[in-house]
Each structure stands twice: as C-alpha cells, then as structure tokens.
Write a protein that binds this ligand. Structure first.
Ligand code: D5M
Ligand code: FE
Ligand code: ZN
Length: 470
C-alpha cells in the first residue's frame, strides 16, 4: 500500500498510516481517489492524520459508500496489544510510558532540553528534569519527599509544607506518573521551584449537527439491572415516547456509545452469583443483544468493554471477543472497540475509557472522589495518562507500547464505572460520566456508593442534556 501511494506521489506520515490500516480497503481507495482528483498536477501530497479527517478525503456529498462512512476508529488496541510475558516487558512498558510523556513535555518550550538525572550537580543554577514518580513519602514534620527516576538515575525532591503553592501540587502527585521539575540542588535533594504535568492546551470546540447518546454500566444479567428503565430509554431512542422536545432530540441521534460493563459477567467479585439472574456470560450477551437489537438501526452503536465484560481484564482491554458476544456482533449497527479507544464521529473525536483507574485516583488523591469523576477525568488529562498508578486495583498489561498515554486530545472524554453521572466542560473538552442502569448492589452498599440510575447524557448539537428514564 505504501509503495503504491509513493508511486502516486503521496507521502504518508506514520500516524496517518496506522490509522489507514484500520480503515476498510475500499474506504482508503476512496480517500486516495478523492485526494488525487483535488491536487494539482505533479504536486507531492503529504497525508497527515488531519488530511484523513477533512472533507477533502471524502466523496463530495456522496453517501453511496454507506450511512456510516463518517464513523472512524482512530485508536484501538485490540489487534496491536500483545505481551510476551517476559520480565523485560515491564521495563519496556515503563520506558514507553516515560518516552511518550517526555515527548509531550519536550513540545513545551521550557522543557525542550531536559537534563538527564545522572547529570544533575550543584554546579547547575537551574535544573530541569523529567522523571517518573517512584515514591512519595511524608517526613516526620509532614513535608513531602518525592523520588523520581529517568533512564539514567534517580533523585528526590523535597516540598516543604510552608510552600503552599507547591505543596498543593505535590499533593496531586501519584505513583508512576511522569512529571517535570525545575529547581536547584541543595545537598542530596532538589528544591523545586516548579512541579509540572504534561498538561494540555484549551481546544477548539467542534460543531456538531447531530446528537450522540452516552451510556455505560448496564450490567445486564444482574438482578439489579433496571430493565424497565432501559426499555423506556430504548423507546425514547426510537422516538416512541417522551416530550415533543425530547423526541426531537431522539430524531437527531446518530451515535450511541456504551463505555463498558454491558453485562454483569460472572465471578467478578465474591458471592456475585447471588445477584445474577443470568448465570452464563454468553446468555448475558444474548439478552443484551435482544434488548439493544430493538434500537432503530440507523443509530450506530459503539461498544467498549469494562471490567465486568468478557474481555481480558488487564488494560488496555481488547474489544469484547466475538465468541462471547456473537448475537451482539450480528446486529448490523454495532461496532466493537477496545478500552480505551478513540473514535471519530463525523470528525468529533471521542476518547472512550471505562474508568477502572478512577477507583485508584479517588483512593489516593485527597480531593478526588467517585462522586465527582469529572475532576478525576480533568486530572488524568493533565497527567496525560488514563491509569497512572501501577499495582493497585487497575490491572495493567505490560505492553511494548503504553496505550494508556493520552497522545491525542479528544473533543469528548466518555467514561463510566463509578455509576454516578458527572459532566463538566474542561478546556473545551466535554467530560462525561454516563452513570448506570444498575440499582445499588450489596457490594456498593458496603462502600456507600449511591448510584445515579437511568440518567442518560446526550450531546445534542454540542449542548449536554441529561434525560431520565425511571
Ligand atoms: O463498579 C461499580 C462501583 O463500585 C464503582 O463505583 C467502583 C466500585 N468498586 C468496584 N470495585 C470496588 C472495590 N474493589 N472496592 C471499592 N469499590 C469498588 P463495577 O465495575 O461496576 O463493579
Ligand atoms: Fe459498572
Ligand atoms: Zn466497572
């Protein structure tokens, strides 16, 4: 393919090539034909990921290629993800995380030229380093000591509690995230003047002339799955019930995204069987297909797995395997993606992540909680990583590449898992937690998690609306 493109006078950037590999061959050929017809004679054209997003790559208003030709998967780890199981992979994995995040830092002026940690000496007035957090300790006087590491060595910095501004920054830090530090060396310790996250700029909002519906955590198969409420939701999607205004919104719905925990699974936590109505995973997906199959078929349904689904439990989770969810695969309007994944809905980029790591964030960072998961989502965007903490509740697979790094900044970040709705616009990005269709379980009672049930966020032409189905 690359060879052909080169002969035709195209240069393909690696990222664009990765994406083209995920597209149907026919779609790629269409794009190329369109680009060819638009360029001037003999001009060399560089195919960037942006080119794939623009209208110039699409047949002009010609929708013959199908109703859904504007849906694209931009990032999916299902096929890329593999591990050899060797110990060395752990090193590779963290190196990949470090290097990807370092690159994001280096795009920022002040960190263009960081110093290897092994070179740090008292001779430097100002040191600028990028390191992965290895350990965070409190001294007996309640100051903070943070140990960071790069491929050349490790060093600790100390933040005094009297330094309010920096102490607040230090309180946000979590193990295994990658940060930038500016400061000077005093004895064994770096005294920082700045602690910096990779961060992200404010993005330009993308206009949408359609509606997208977000749900998660239906937990079909559980006795606590709210079937009646879910059926009402589907009736609304099919424009059969609701106020005139709500039916109008339903008419505009083009996409439905399901961010994991579609079914309750089996053996996810002790004594779960007691709360199961359907005790077989295949049958749970069969039931899911029976319900979801009622949805009108001009709505594209995008399904990612969660920790209750029949995918590998370690993240990144490949798409739900067909062998478990055949009836769902057989619906003609379903698409299966990994957790996490990024899809483009007519050019609007949606980062889908179930949200398992939110438990770790809520437990570790003082001001974060399950109830306000939008704060966690904003924090993860600033850290540019979906699951920074290694070795707590979120199992991570040692991939050669760390796919949980947030390389690409989305227009929408959609998550679930905590079973509590949340919404916030942050730096132009819609942060959406879509709650649940499962009433409180015995397990959640113990942890005092009070779910918000049947509340469905809808982005209607760019505005968020939450519709209730109870
Ligand atoms: O998670 C549903 C909710 O339960 C979510 O808010 C996280 C919480 N949860 C899940 N597992 C645990 C553990 N082990 N401790 C504390 N809280 C937890 P779901 O993925 O649907 O089971
Ligand atoms: Fe869940
Ligand atoms: Zn979950």
């Amino acid at each position: 393919m690359l060879l052909r493109l080169a002969e035709d006078g195209f240069l393909v950037q690696p990222e664009a090539y990765e994406r083209m590999k995920l597209l149907e061959e026919e779609t790629v050929l269409n794009i190329i034909e369109n680009l060819k017809s638009q360029r001037k004679d003999g001009e060399l054209l560089i195919i960037t990921p942006e080119v794939l997003d623009t209208d110039s790559s699409r047949p002009g208003g010609d929708l013959k290629a199908g109703k859904f030709n504007e849906f694209k998967v931009i990032m999916d780890t299902s096929t890329k993800s593999y591990t050899t199981g060797e110990i060395k992979d752990m090193g590779d994995y963290f190196n990949s995380r470090y290097n990807k995040l370092k690159e994001i830092f280096m795009g920022r002026g002040e960190f263009r030229d960081p110093m290897p940690i092994s070179n740090v000496s008292p001779h430097h007035d100002v040191i600028t380093i990028i390191g992965m957090v290895r350990e965070i300790r409190d001294t007996k006087n309640n100051h903070k000591i943070v140990e960071i590491e790069d491929e050349t060595g490790e060093i600790s910095f100390i933040v005094h509690k009297e330094n309010r501004r920096l102490f607040k920054e230090a309180n946000r830090l979590v193990k295994d995230e990658v940060i930038g530090v500016k400061g000077s060396l005093k004895g064994r310790f770096v005294i920082p003047s700045e602690i910096i996250h990779p961060g992200l700029p404010r993005i330009e909002e993308k206009p949408m002339d359609f509606s997208t519906v977000f749900i998660s955590d239906t937990h079909i198969g559980s006795s606590t799955f709210l079937e009646e409420s879910f059926k009402k939701f589907i009736k609304w999607l099919n424009c059969e019930i609701g106020t005139r205004e709500h039916v109008k919104i339903a008419e505009d719905v083009k996409y439905l995204i399901i961010a994991g925990d579609i079914v309750d699974g089996i053996g996810v936590y002790p004594n779960q069987e007691k709360e199961l109505i359907i005790k077989d995973v295949n049958e749970q997906y069969e039931e899911a297909a029976r319900l979801i199959g009622e949805i009108r078929d001009d709505i594209k349904i995008i399904i990612a797995p969660g920790n209750h689904d029949a995918s590998r439990i370690a993240e990144p989770q490949p798409a739900i395997p067909k062998e478990y969810a055949k009836p769902l695969y057989q619906l003609k309007n379903t698409e299966f993606v990994s957790n996490p994944s990024i899809v483009s809905l007519d050019g609007v980029k949606v980062l889908i992540y179930h949200g398992r790591s939110f438990d770790d964030m809520a437990m570790t960072v003082n001001h974060l909680s399950h109830e306000k998961s939008h704060l966690i989502m904003a924090e993860l965007l600033e850290k540019r990583h979906l699951a920074p903490i290694y070795g707590e509740r979120t199992p991570l697979a040692y991939e050669v590449e760390d796919h949980l790094v947030i390389d690409e900044i989305p227009h929408i970040f959609h998550a679930g898992h905590v079973h509590i709705n949340a919404y916030k616009k942050y730096k132009g990005i819609h942060l959406i937690n879509s709650g649940t269709f499962q009433s409180q379980t015995e397990f959640q009672k113990i942890y005092n998690i009070v779910p918000t049930c049947g509340q469905v966020p809808v982005l209607h032409k760019g505005d968020i609306k939450v519709l209730e189905f109870n």
